[in-house]
Design a protein around this ligand. Structure first.
Ligand code: EPZ
Length: 425
């Protein structure tokens, strides 16, 4: 297993380009299953999660070509069984269900495992597909979905006890585009990645309105064609590096290929915490630098357009050395605090209780060997390591490689002193 040595305490400077969004790419890659025509998708980040999705698509019978960030997929002769050995590695595999049942009338996908950020139920995914006529069975750890009597458009409310579901909205939207009649998704997720998927589907000939609002209307069509699409920037990668600019640079760092309208939550909280955030005229580039009097503040995650749960671990790392008290509440994944124990090993003063973390800012963190646990927790540890003077060793780097494209190269470009140690196992 690879590990990352972060020789912290140096000030970051310079600029990097932000990659295409992992969380937009995954459902868009799955949506290629909806047509037998070739689709070309640009700016797909080369991370293990997108690699897993391409392996699943190949296993389903798709022709897949990939060179640098461009992916070409033709799903001409596909079958409906997604292989367990790949699906178990990545929860987002679940979003092949909707396209498969719409295109082939059936799908067999293994039930995704849980993960450290909390249990990851799929009841809302199944509720949506059942509402338009799919029959659901489970057999040997697989979910079997069949549209025995075809699919029929219906109105469905997808709200769960933690609010809307991003991939659940995606799954139903992808099934509905080839479903006779009109499907209306109430309490739909509004994340930019859902909008990017809707744009991709509409460019294939789908008829989707209202993506980005809580009510999405899909008029079914009989078939979809090929398309050429560029994925939106990764707002969570951008937000992660914005925090790096606030906590580990003197003169600030600049992130190119971003979208200001997708970074409102992180921007507002960085400014509230006393830091400087400046976008260029068209909002495609942002420079973040530390303010003179940073102060702790409170964060409560919420479905978009609220503060993203995928950004709370990174802000917790920043608040660890921010004067004052900060309170972080995650209403979407109340157990998503694995990073706090590791940050505490670096000298942070954090108390986690019942879905919230209370952080008392300390003067400095001290380097230590730490263990990555999930994608965003690992990013928080890298941020802490950049701040702590000395060498922080981050083990189980594969967690970061799931969603941050070439993170070591990007950090080196910003002047960070990092070394990736290739592991044997
Ligand atoms: C997406 O996961 C993202 N992943 C997650 O990012 C992100 O944290 C999450 O949305 C919330 O924004 C991708 O897009 C690939 P949900 P998703 O369904 O769609 C509950 C990262 O770090 N729920 O929106 O799987 C669920 O338990 C990853 O990049 C049900 O109860 O999340 C959670 O509490 C981590 N039943 C809430 O809804 C369901 O059937 C939101 O989950 C589905 C979800």
């Amino acid at each position: 297993m690879d590990k990352l040595l972060v020789h912290g305490g140096t000030s970051l400077a310079g600029a990097i380009n932000i990659s295409g969004s992992k969380n937009a790419s995954l459902p868009i890659l799955a949506a290629a299953l909806l047509t037998d025509q070739q689709v070309i998708i640009e700016r797909v980040p080369d991370v293990s999660d997108t690699n897993y999705m391409l392996q699943i698509l190949s296993a389903l019978g798709c022709e897949v070509e990939r060179y640098s960030g461009t992916v070409k997929i033709t799903a001409a002769n596909i079958h409906p069984e997604a292989p367990y050995e790949i699906v178990r590695k990545m929860r987002a595999s679940i979003c092949v269900m909707g396209p498969l049942v719409a295109r082939l009338g059936r799908a067999s996908v293994s039930i995704p495992g849980g993960c450290v950020i909390g249990d990851r139920p799929i009841d809302l995914h199944l509720k949506g597909l059942q509402a338009i006529g799919a029959h659901i069975d489970t057999e040997g750890g697989n979910i079997l979905i069949e549209a025995k009597d075809g699919l029929k458009g219906r109105e469905v409310d997808l709200r769960g006890r933690h609010g809307p579901t991003v991939l659940g909205t995606d799954n139903l939207m992808m099934a509905a585009v080839l479903t006779e009649g009109t499907t209306i998704i109430e309490s739909a997720a509004c994340e930019p990645e859902v909008v990017d998927l809707a744009d991709f589907l509409n460019s294939m000939g789908a008829k989707i309105e209202g993506a980005g609002t809580r009510r999405i209307t899909i008029e079914g069509v009989t078939s979809l064609g090929g398309t050429h699409h560029t994925v939106i920037p990764d707002r969570i990668e951008a937000g992660t590096f914005m925090v790096a600019g606030a906590m580990s640079s003197e003169s600030g760092i600049t992130l190119n290929r971003v979208r200001q309208d997708q970074l409102v939550g992180a921007t507002e909280k960085l400014i509230e915490a006393g830091h400087l955030v400046n976008f260029n005229d068209d909002g495609s580039s942002v420079t973040v630098s530390p303010g003179d009097t940073p102060q702790g503040c409170s964060i409560t995650t919420a479905p978009h357009p609220g503060f993203p749960t995928d950004m709370q671990a990174q802000f917790t790392a920043m608040f660890a050395t921010t004067p004052g008290i900060s309170v972080i509440e995650d209403t979407i994944f109340p157990q998503r605090f694995m990073h706090c124990a590791e940050l505490t090993r670096m000298g942070a003063d954090i108390n986690v209780d019942n879905g919230s973390a209370v952080v008392h800012g300390v003067k400095e963190l001290s380097p230590a060997p730490v263990m990555a646990s999930d994608l965003r927790a690992s990013a928080a540890l890298v941020l802490a390591g950049l701040r702590a003077k000395g060498t922080t060793e981050i083990n189980r780097l594969y967690h970061i490689d799931r969603g941050y494209e070439m993170i070591d190269e990007k950090l080196l470009q910003l002047g960070a002193k990092v070394e990736r140690m290739r592991g044997s196992a």
